[in-house]
Design a protein around this ligand. Sequence first.
Ligand SMILES: C[S@@+](CC[C@H](N)C(=O)[O-])C[C@H]1O[C@@H](n2cnc3c(N)ncnc32)[C@H](O)[C@@H]1O
Length: 301
Amino acid sequence: MANNPAKSGSGLSALVPRPLKRFLGMLRRALIYRNYDSSAYWRKRTEAQGEARVLWRNEAYNRCYRRRQQELIEAFLPEIDREYRVLDIGCGVGTVAKMLAQHPLIRIDAVDFPEMIAAARRENSSPCITYIASSAEDYFDSQKRYDLVLSSACFSAIRDITSLRQAIRNCAAMTAPGGRMLMLDPFHRWNYLARSKFSSRQVIALMDSLGFTCIRKSGVLFWPYREWLANSDFPPEQIEKHFHRGERLLKVLGAHLWADYKILEFVKVGKVRLKHDLSNIEHNCHRDTEHTENRQPTSDN
Ligand SMILES: C[S@@+](CC[C@H](N)C(=O)[O-])C[C@H]1O[C@@H](n2cnc3c(N)ncnc32)[C@H](O)[C@@H]1O
């Protein structure tokens, strides 16, 4: 996400002009993929403030994204007329869980590292949310069945691919028949944008092998603007203006290809009541040419 743990602060670097530093940083990111311990990285991120702990440095940008994210999640929710169980995997400080808890029938289990969970319990508690301190790869309860498993940029944050696969497998096994998994995750293989180096195509293949069908594939956050704005010092009005411009560009240029965050929705074999008509889905996953992602620039929030 916003801050690269690999940033070094040697005395020499103070002599290099900022634009040159930025350019060299971009070049390094494009050429070298650093596979650091993402668990330690995320636990340390709790030392920051506000939403910057889980998103980016510019809070105005974070607010724009949260609004867009809320619209997206609300649009994905089915008509709910009974208790609806949600697993928010990698819940961070609980912002999304709290969003979901506004619905009277939604019950949320929200999982993350102990440091994040401590902040979530302090800041976003609700009788509808059970916060659970665990890594995603270790969280499995054979007694639990969820109607929806939501990864809001959690899976893509797990840099160790074996752990990432294990986390997805656990979540898949805890999804009820006919239940859904929704991922709003920056899945990329291009060094520059990759957090975990795992593409949507690989996720879809893994989910396929676990008995899930991909029913929506789209994206949010036009990546060149996300890169430009999210960690910038632009004031809120400018962020707001450019954010929306970026999302409009995304629509014109193709959401999946130019999106930083991919939107992948899966259903576990069986019937599911959807608010939206499947014939209207933005992309059919099997028709979509995911391989293009590997050739295109598709980063770390
Ligand atoms: C980009 S943040 C998103 C947080 C939250 N879902 C949100 O939308 O605000 C990624 C989150 O995934 C969590 N995470 C990363 N690796 C994880 C792992 N192996 N197990 C559990 N959580 C993990 C991080 O601690 C962090 O809270």
